[in-house]
Ligand binder design. Structure first.
Ligand SMILES: Cc1cc2nc3c(=O)[nH]c(=O)nc-3n(C[C@H](O)[C@H](O)[C@H](O)COP(=O)(O)OP(=O)(O)OC[C@H]3O[C@@H](n4cnc5c(N)ncnc54)[C@H](O)[C@@H]3O)c2cc1C
Length: 463
């Protein structure tokens, strides 16, 4: 391979002794070795990007294109972070993000075009909804629930504007609901809908979201689309030609006006500047030490913002007993949020695979159960909806993002008394040396792939 190792790099490596030999023992990932811009032996660069998720890859690609040397340090033995396509069930399935949320003007849709990656819209029109006893909801009932939610939410939104103090979103829902005389069944359906738009979208229940700020994020218009071949085609496309070191668990980031030294599980790296893209959950756990400690304003933001959870359970069956064309299955069960929202992969991949979401407290609770108990719970609910004769799954995958040591959750949200300003505080550079990217530094698009990507582009611009 062509070495672009500069004299300056050599001097830096020489000054830190044997660290390069240690770094050698770890994986080096480059999809196109010919294009790598730093020598895989080098432990110094202009910039270190900490984390090879979408934000770290975006920053590294943008700076590399501008002629900077960049090394990406990644704890896991794979790139992508919360983009994670797994093929152990015989087809590519996304365990982290699945959707491009709104393709119009969305940079991820642009990347999909650039990399020639196939996407498919999911409009959710081919849907079926079940009541708790397994009977199908009457035609138009889901739309009625939606209208009831919107009516109640109009009042909630008025209070969002008029209250003097922030409070949990749930408190205001409770207040508005109490003023109506809803039947038990309507109440159950309304709570189901509230769960969909809070726990399953923001990874947090309404009691854990700020009335004022919970939905301050912006959206792109257009279709929602998935990647039948897996979201990792986007991270792989971005990673082309980058110098990525896998299995490098960052332990300490020492920074000052003259630059930065990063200590990992395997060695030391030096650079003029560093971009931190660790998930908010990792920053909250303080499993990476900053020397000197991060400014108080940033620590406050880390404490105030919330890291929620969304987990997925994939089940692969011998056949699509629910119907080849069906896209989504809703279940308004007795236990709020349990096995309530399903997506079929048959229309997108031709394979008999179902996926269920669990979010917020329900998502965290799922992680404490054993695999067999979880699969048994799924089957019990599916049998209520589709009858006792349906087959057991041949194989399954269960995610546990809350317990993942390099994520500690799925994505960020704004709890009561935090605000959109906390995202800005997290994004703020320190001493022109330490820069920040990642979904939780995006005030406009937190909790999304496009938000993480755009934050990486922003951080590259700041550098
Ligand atoms: C289940 C789930 C479903 C989702 N669905 C969608 C969706 O449909 N659409 C959408 O737009 N978004 C979705 N998201 C959110 C989206 O995946 C994230 O917002 C985005 O991928 C975050 O990218 P990032 O670069 O900020 O962080 P990450 O991808 O988490 O990257 C950070 C990297 O830092 C690494 N790291 C952590 N600690 C260390 C350490 N000590 N040393 C070195 N490296 C470390 C991690 O391993 C990781 O690779 C979903 C997320 C989840 C979990």
């Amino acid at each position: 391979m062509t070495s672009k190792f500069t004299r300056r790099d050599f001097l830096k490596v020489a000054s830190i002794g044997s660290a390069s030999a240690i770094a050698l023992s770890c994986g080096v990932f480059s999809l196109d070795e010919e294009e790598a811009v730093t020598d895989p032996l080098s432990t110094s660069a202009d910039v270190l990007a900490l984390g090879a998720g979408i934000a770290g890859l975006a920053v590294a690609r943008a700076l590399t294109e501008r002629g900077r040397t960049v090394i990406v340090l990644e704890a896991r033995n794979r790139i992508g972070g919360r983009l994670w396509t797994d093929s152990s069930l015989g087809l590519p399935l996304d365990l982290g993000a699945s959707w491009i949320h709104g393709v119009e003007g969305n940079p991820i849709a642009e990347l999909a075009k650039e990399f020639g990656v196939k996407t498919m819209p999911t409009d959710g029109k081919n849907a079926i909804e079940f009541a708790a006893d397994g009977s199908e909801l009457p035609e138009g009932e889901f739309e009625r629930m939606e209208a009831l939610f919107e009516d109640i939410y109009e009042e909630v939104a008025e209070m969002q504007d008029s209250t003097d103090d922030d409070m949990p979103l749930q408190a205001v829902f409770d207040q508005v609901i109490a003023s109506r005389r809803l039947s038990d069944e309507d109440l159950r359906r309304l709570n189901y809908y509230i769960h969909l738009v809070t726990a399953l979208e923001y990874g947090a229940d309404a009691k854990d979201l700020s009335l004022w700020w919970w939905d301050q994020d912006e959206e792109f218009g257009g279709e929602e689309a998935i990647f039948p071949g897996g979201y990792n085609q986007i991270s792989d496309g971005l990673a082309k030609g980058l110098d990525i070191r896998l299995g490098e668990i960052v332990k300490i980031v020492r920074y000052g006006k003259d630059g930065v030294e990063v200590e990992t599980s395997a060695g030391n790296f030096v650079a003029d500047k560093v971009v931190v893209t660790f998930p908010l959950g990792v920053l909250k756990q303080a499993s990476v030490k900053f020397e000197p400690p991060l400014p108080e304003s940033k620590q406050e933001a880390i404490r105030r913002l919330g890291m929620g959870v969304l987990n997925k359970v994939y089940l692969k069956f011998p056949e699509a007993f629910w119907g080849e064309d069906l896209e989504t299955i809703s279940y308004v069960g007795e236990r709020l949020g349990e096995w309530c929202d399903w997506l079929s992969f048959a229309p997108f991949t031709g394979e008999p695979v179902l996926m269920a979401f669990h979010g917020g407290d329900r998502g965290f609770a799922l992680e404490d159960l054993g695999d067999n108990e979880i699969v048994a719970g799924a089957m019990q609910t599916l049998r209520v909806m589709f009858g006792d004769d349906i087959p057991d799954p041949e194989s399954f995958i269960i995610t546990r993002w809350g317990k993942d040591p390099f994520s500690f959750g799925a994505y960020s949200h704004i709890p009561p008394f935090a605000s959109g300003d906390d995202y800005d505080a997290l994004a703020e550079p320190v001493d022109d040396v330490l820069f920040f990217a990642g979904e939780a530094t995006s005030r406009e698009y937190p909790g999304t792939v496009h938000g993480a990507y755009l934050s990486g582009i922003r951080a590259a611009g700041e550098i």
